[in-house]
Every structure is written in structure tokens, then in C-alpha cells.
Design a protein around this ligand. Structure first.
Ligand code: SME
Length: 150
């Protein structure tokens, strides 16, 4: 069972809420609480042709990421999830927090177009498994149906 998704559903099913800030804020907070060994979790939203920082938990991060740059840019360009076991070997990786050593990114596609992405960083190398990726993709699938763009 995906305990994180179940917790998110418990919160969200009590409300008929579709505001993106509300949904993304609590999603990042719940993942941060229930998913161990991470130092940053949050969202970048695809607006004006770039990725703009959205709701997150962790240290302040870069506010704008171009699609050519970083792990986030790769995921956004390719509209594919990615696990990076050692971010220092990923060409163009953007180090928002020098403590980060591995990373997981899941794109959010709504109505066949890029809406944004979920980004998670860990201070551990090879922190993220295929199961973790599936867990996060299930969460993204659930919240994608809830979100209405502002
Ligand atoms: N490391 C990311 C940038 C975002 S921060 O990790 C929050 C990247 O390379 O795209």
C-alpha cells in the first residue's frame, strides 16, 4: 500500500478543493513528513516557458530553471521521470542545496501538456528505488486529477 498516497487522500477527500497552491503545499508537506532521508521536496511549475518554483519543503531553492538545465529540465523536456543516483555525475545538475547527493523527478502532465514537476532530493547516494518512483508517480497521478490551473 502507498501510505503516503493514502495520507494525501485522507486530507484531500475531506475537501472538494482544487486550488493548485493548496494541493501542492500539503502534498509537499506530507511527503516531507512520511518519506525518510530527504532534504528537499517540492514542485516546479511550467509557466512562461520556464520552470518556476512552487510549494516546497526544504532550504530556499533556485526560483527559475530553464528547460535546458538540470535534472528538472531533463524531466520537463522529455516528460519522463528520472532517478539520479549521484547528482554530481549528472551534467548540468543544479545544486540548490550542497547536501543533495541523489534526486528523483516526476513530471506532471495535465491535458497532454507539461504542467510542472515533483522534485525530491536526498543527502544519501542512490536513495531512490523503482518502488519509490512508482509511489511518487501514483501520487502525481492522483493530484493531477485534482488540480485546476489558476
Ligand atoms: N537539482 C535540481 C534543481 C532543483 S533543486 O534540487 C530544488 C536540478 O538539477 O534540476
Amino acid at each position: 500500500m502507498n501510505k503516503i498516497l493514502e495520507t494525501i487522500k485522507c486530507y484531500f477527500d475531506d475537501y472538494n478543493e482544487h486550488d493548485e497552491i493548496t494541493i501542492l503545499s500539503n502534498t509537499s508537506a506530507i511527503i516531507n513528513q512520511l518519506f525518510p532521508d530527504i532534504n528537499w521536496v517540492g514542485f516546479y511549475l511550467f509557466k512562461d516557458g520556464v520552470l518556476k518554483l512552487g510549494p516546497f519543503q526544504g532550504k530556499p531553492a533556485c526560483m527559475i530553471i530553464k528547460l535546458e538545465n538540470g535534472v528538472c529540465g531533463w524531466s520537463a523536456r522529455n516528460m519522463k521521470s528520472i532517478i539520479v543516483d549521484d547528482v554530481h555525475t549528472f551534467e548540468g545538475h543544479i545544486a540548490c542545496d550542497s547536501a543533495s547527493n541523489s534526486e528523483l523527478v516526476v513530471p506532471i502532465i495535465i491535458d497532454n501538456s507539461l504542467y510542472g514537476l515533483l522534485d525530491i532530493d536526498s543527502p544519501l547516494y542512490s536513495r531512490f528505488s523503482k518502488d519509490d518512483l512508482n509511489t511518487m508517480e501514483d501520487i502525481i497521478e492522483y493530484i493531477s486529477k485534482k488540480i485546476k490551473r489558476l
